[in-house]
Design a binder for this molecule. Structure first.
Ligand code: 5IU
Length: 253
């Protein structure tokens, strides 16, 4: 089924928007812009923005964060038609994550279209994010599986995460996982641990190719960080990942 056909199965507005955007823009590439200063992040977002459906941030690694920076980022997201995903991985009790989402210095709920949460603390984490999130038309990804070596997210954990998400289809848009978890077409799968050359890094990260992730593991969105960031020409490299991801998607349809 094409992304745009799947949109009608989604109960969350942002999920519909993302699936439609992917088919219109012809990209299932998410860029993980893991840099440590605001100017570099904005320049990369402007450069790579036309190639991607989602820009993934780690706001807490920036050493010169300001709220003004988030306004500029939102402006670039509108200019290039991508969604912003803050990879915050909320993991505390509901009352705490609610404050981490809305408040503090980052005010994540004000600018991030998508955030993610671990299922380890139970459904309270989803409820806590859902009430502020839905009023701003946001979406949530649940962390069902990780890409790193010897992690604890086994098949039972992933299955229980799926069952937890199934209780909140109006807010949960899908999963961070290494593979498709359900036949329900409403869920969107985002997979990190992607490089054109499979392998690993020195701290446990494990890579598969865009083709393997999409064709064999049936995920939807490939998340690429250093594969693009560390290239001599990040834009040319992003175009390669975009093409590889899209070709794999078309081959499954
Ligand atoms: N990320 C992973 N694996 C995971 C999850 C998140 O790599 O299981 I959940 C994040 C970490 C980093 C990006 O921000 O995705 C991948 O970056 P590289 O492509 O540079 O490895």
């Amino acid at each position: 089924m094409q992304f745009s056909e799947r949109a009608s199965f989604c109960k969350n507005f942002l999920a519909k928007q993302l699936l439609t955007l992917m088919d219109e823009k012809k990209t299932n590439l998410a860029f993980s812009v893991d840099v440590t200063n605001c100017q570099s992040l904005l320049e990369l977002a402007d450069l790579i923005g036309p190639e991607i459906c989602v820009l993934k941030t780690h706001i807490d690694i920036l050493n010169d964060f300001t709220i003004d920076f988030t306004k500029k980022l939102v402006h670039l997201a509108k200019k290039h038609h991508f969604l912003i995903f803050e990879d915050r991985k909320f993991a505390d009790i509901g009352n705490t994550v609610k404050q981490q989402y809305q408040g503090g210095m980052y005010r994540i709920a004000d600018w991030a279209d998508i955030v993610n949460a671990h299922s380890i603390s139970g459904p309270g984490v989803i409820e806590a994010l859902m009430y502020p999130g839905l009023t701003k038309q946001r979406g949530l990804l649940m962390l069902a599986e990780m890409s790193s070596k010897n992690n604890l997210t086994d098949a039972i954990y992933a299955q229980k995460t799926l069952e937890m998400a199934e209780q909140f289809p109006e807010f949960v848009i899908g999963f961070i996982s290494q593979r498709k978890l359900s036949n329900n077409p409403n869920w969107i799968y985002f997979s990190p641990g992607i490089q054109l050359d499979p392998g690993k890094d020195e701290l446990g990260q494990q890579y598969v190719t865009p083709h393997t992730a999409i064709t064999h593991h049936q995920t939807d969105i490939i998340i690429v960080g250093r594969g693009i960031l560390q290239a001599d020409d990040p834009l040319a490299e992003a175009k390669k990942y975009r093409e590889a991801g899209w070709k794999a998607y078309l081959s499954t349809n």
